[in-house]
Design a protein around this ligand. Structure first.
Ligand code: HEC
Length: 158
């Protein structure tokens, strides 16, 4: 450090220490949730959600039970990927994930599992060749999407 008259050093010290503490706090926060990495995972899961949306839309125009197989498999695979896309505190900014997710991770995971179960139901019905049963089973998928969004997704910004 440069030489400072001791009287001045005495007066500057508290500010200097507080300054160091602030820098430390910023460094620590920055290390645990780097902004860029957070954007990355939010984008990844929003993309995954969009794949879910695309598959769910296909359920509305089934002309045979077999048409349900592909979208159901997409939902199953995507839900498996989604399971590991919620690192602690990855919300804020563009994300519509509610902070409550991290206070209720067990319930949130159960809701992802419910979606998986619903997609498995569609897959079974679709493979059985029964169109009416397949269409009925797709309602459970819609309910599983809504059941989670109502609790854990923030409303869209206007
Ligand atoms: C376990 C909870 C959960 C389930 C189940 C779930 N979602 Fe989501 N979804 C979320 C959360 C949380 C977000 C907000 C993510 C973010 O912005 O970080 C979201 C966001 C979305 C988005 C918005 C993407 C955008 O453009 O911002 C779409 C579309 C979507 N979900 C579709 C679906 C569909 C379709 C299903 C069912 C097939 C589904 N989701 C099931 C929790 C869930």
């Amino acid at each position: 450090m440069t030489k400072i008259p001791s009287r001045l050093a005495f007066r500057a010290a508290p500010h200097f220490i507080i300054g160091l503490m602030l820098i430390g706090a910023v460094a620590v926060t920055g290390a645990s949730t780097p902004a860029a990495a957070q954007d990355g995972i939010v984008k990844e899961r929003v993309d995954a959600m969009k794949r879910l949306g695309g598959a769910a839309r296909n359920f509305r125009s089934l002309s045979s039970a077999a048409d349900g197989v592909g979208p159901a498999e997409t939902i199953l695979a995507t839900t498996n990927q989604l399971a590991s896309m919620w690192p602690e505190g990855s919300t804020g900014g563009e994300s519509r994930a509610k902070p409550e997710i991290w206070q209720n991770m067990g319930d949130f995971t159960a809701k992802l599992d419910a979606l998986k179960g619903a997609a498995q139901g569609v897959l079974m019905a679709a493979k059985s060749g029964d169109l009416a049963a397949t269409q009925e089973a797709t309602k459970m998928v819609g309910a599983a999407c809504g059941g989670c969004h109502r609790v854990y997704r923030l409303p869209k910004d206007e």
